[in-house]
Design a protein. Structure first.
Ligand code: ADP
Ligand code: MG
Length: 576
């Protein structure tokens, strides 16, 4: 085609209505899962207590949604299928939307790309009405007996839109999309009982209990005790609550992070990013938690009208909300020990009381370690010169001595600063750094940065420096006022080599991530080794310091520090 031909101008025309609505429908109805989403949202908006979804052939055969909601009065049924017809906007105010739908586009869009049948009755109407539309026009209309509520049946989806049909993925992919869509809606509406059948097979069932922990356990098939409520935070007019799965249960993608804003499932990217940054150091690389976070905000602070499929919302004060949410998640995750399951299935045995296990034990008062962020632990001893064995109110604890110390040192290194003298130690005898010329050159540029982190170095000859202060590193670098019973268990000799490596590593990147890597490296090198025998004061001091860190369950590399063998698992294994 030549350039002149391509720009050849044709007259402007208004598209015939059927074509125009098929094009418009594409924005709302992309695939079978979009039909499911719109129909279930309508049922939720209609205050249904129970929603039943039956699908055949991944939605290309038949999609049927039955609800027991308020229904549509017979005389309004034809109107429901018209473009921009909605009962959900009382006045013309788009600012305070409290329903999932509000644009009046779903039913006409579905009718443009499929055969749509609606059956509905209200509590007032003694008889219901059935309406079938093909290509957007009514082909069948008759009275029908129907309990209060609505049934919607969609057939021949995309039969008249070959491009959509061609773009459809394999059936199992579309079916998986449908299941994921319903999961999200079910989590966002825990008070509704959902039943889902794919080709006659039950794939999802929730109880409608109204409880977030229950619905998460039903949707994911997890035992409720592997899910933990996160602490509820209220501030200004907002409220944050949620549920998070045990850190040992992770997923490779972010799609199991459910953010509910005023009972609407969404993915506010800013919130996701901030939350991810918070759990990143606590979970293995590339893994994500199973999590539901429910935000309750004044409706005027949520803008839902920004995405065609209403998948995104805009939150006023998003970054503030995200930060608070991230903080509660971090605390919840960081304090939870990974539960070591002796048996594959963790079935609760209500007859075994946790506290009973603790009370029956003889007390070892001089071995009891009480800290803010761990349960009270009786230190029993050391195993294989690498694990600390302790007993808590909810089971036996195994603590990796190296990682525990690493966590303690890492937090000290991150907290140290030259303007808080009590985070620092003035070395009675300075340590000497003998450097190569290039190391010396690098170090000279970083003297101020290092000093700000608590490592105060002075030049001493051409390529030699004196280290005069370091951050307070319990068990590695201490002075009299700190000694407080923390024996020197760590690798003090490793401090200088690790510092030199860190200086070699200085690149032109931002100092915050350099500081983090420096802290991880120093903590790892100087922490007590596995294989080193420790006496009781050493064991107690380590556990004491660990319980005072913010996240005692996970080391700076993201590996577990603690394993818990719970009393129930033992009872089961021993057949008590
Ligand atoms: P919207 O949900 O944006 O209002 P829809 O096209 O999805 O637009 O639905 C149009 C109208 O039909 C709704 O406003 C509602 O009054 C009615 N409606 C649709 N589905 C149901 C249902 N399951 N129960 C009761 N009313 C419904
Ligand atoms: Mg709708």
């Amino acid at each position: 085609m030549s350039e002149s031909q391509r720009v050849a101008r044709r007259p402007i025309r208004v598209l015939p209505p059927a074509l125009a609505s098929r094009i418009a429908a594409g924005e709302v109805i992309e695939r079978p899962a979009s039909v499911v989403k719109e129909l279930i949202e309508n049922a939720i908006d209609a205050a249904a207590r129970s929603i039943r979804l039956e699908i055949t052939e991944a939605g290309f055969g038949r999609i049927q949604v039955i609800d027991d909601g308020i229904g549509i009065p017979p005389d309004e049924l034809p109107l429901a299928c018209e473009r921009h017809a909605t009962s959900k906007l009382l006045d013309d105010d788009l600012r305070c939307i409290q329903t999932l739908g509000f644009r009046g586009e779903a039913l006409p869009s579905i009718a443009a790309v499929a055969e749509l049948t609606l059956l509905s009755a209200t509590a007032e109407s003694r008889i219901g009405r059935r309406l079938t539309l093909r290509n957007g026009t009514i082909v069948r209309d008759e009275p029908v007996a129907h309990p209060p509520g609505t049934t919607v049946i969609v057939k021949h989806l995309f039969a008249n839109v070959p491009v959509r049909l061609a773009a459809a993925k394999q059936k199992h992919v579309e079916a998986a999309q449908i299941v994921q869509t319903v999961r999200r809606l079910a989590i966002a509406a825990p008070h509704i009982r959902f039943t889902v059948l794919l080709d006659g097979r039950h794939v999802l069932q929730t109880s409608g209990s109204g409880d977030l922990v229950t619905v998460m356990s039903e949707v994911y098939g997890l035992p409720p005790e592997s899910l933990q409520s996160i602490e509820t935070v209220e501030f200004a007019e907002a409220k944050i609550t949620g549920v998070i799965a045990d850190p040992s249960i992770t997923r490779p993608g972010r799609s199991h992070l459910h953010i509910l804003v005023n009972e609407r499932w969404t993915q506010p990217r800013g919130v996701l990013n901030t939350i991810e940054a918070a759990y990143r150091p606590l979970l293995p690389r590339g893994r994500h938690p199973i999590l539901a976070l429910a935000l309750t905000l004044p409706p005027e602070q949520v803008d839902v009208n920004i995405h065609p499929a209403k998948l995104e919302v805009r939150l006023h004060h998003e970054s503030q909300i995200a930060k608070i949410a991230a903080e509660v998640i971090r605390t919840t995750l960081g304090r939870k020990a990974r539960t070591f399951q002796l048996a594959a299935a963790a079935v609760t045995d209500p007859l075994v009381s946790h506290t009973q296990v603790a009370e029956d034990q003889p007390s070892y008062d001089n071995r009891l370690v009480v800290t803010p962020n761990l349960p009270p632990l009786h230190i029993l001893g050391q195993v294989q010169h690498r694990l600390i064995l302790a007993e808590g109110p909810d089971g036996l604890y195994l603590i990796d001595q190296h990682r525990a110390h690493e966590r303690v040192l890492y937090e000290r290194l991150k907290a140290a600063t030259h303007d808080a003298p009590d985070t620092l130690v003035e070395l009675a005898e300075p340590m000497i750094l003998e450097l190569t010329p290039s190391q010396a050159a690098k170090l000279s540029n970083w003297l101020d940065a290092l000093a700000a982190l608590g490592f105060h170095c002075e030049t001493f000859g051409r390529h030699t420096f004196l280290l005069r202060t370091t951050p307070y590193l319990p068990g590695v670098v201490t002075e009299a006022r700190h000694a407080g019973g923390f024996p020197a268990v760590g690798q003090r000799d490793a401090l200088i080599p690790a510092l030199l490596e860190a200086i070699d590593d200085v690149a032109a990147e931002d100092s915050e991530s350099w500081r983090d890597r420096l802290s991880i490296r120093l903590a790892c090198r100087t922490a007590v080794r596995r294989g080193q025998p420790l006496d009781l004061p050493g064991l107690c001091a380590l556990v004491q310091a660990l319980g005072e860190t913010s996240t005692p369950a996970v080391c700076p590399h993201g590996s577990p520090i603690l394993l818990r063998i719970d009393g129930q698992a033992l009872a089961r294994q021993f057949n008590w």
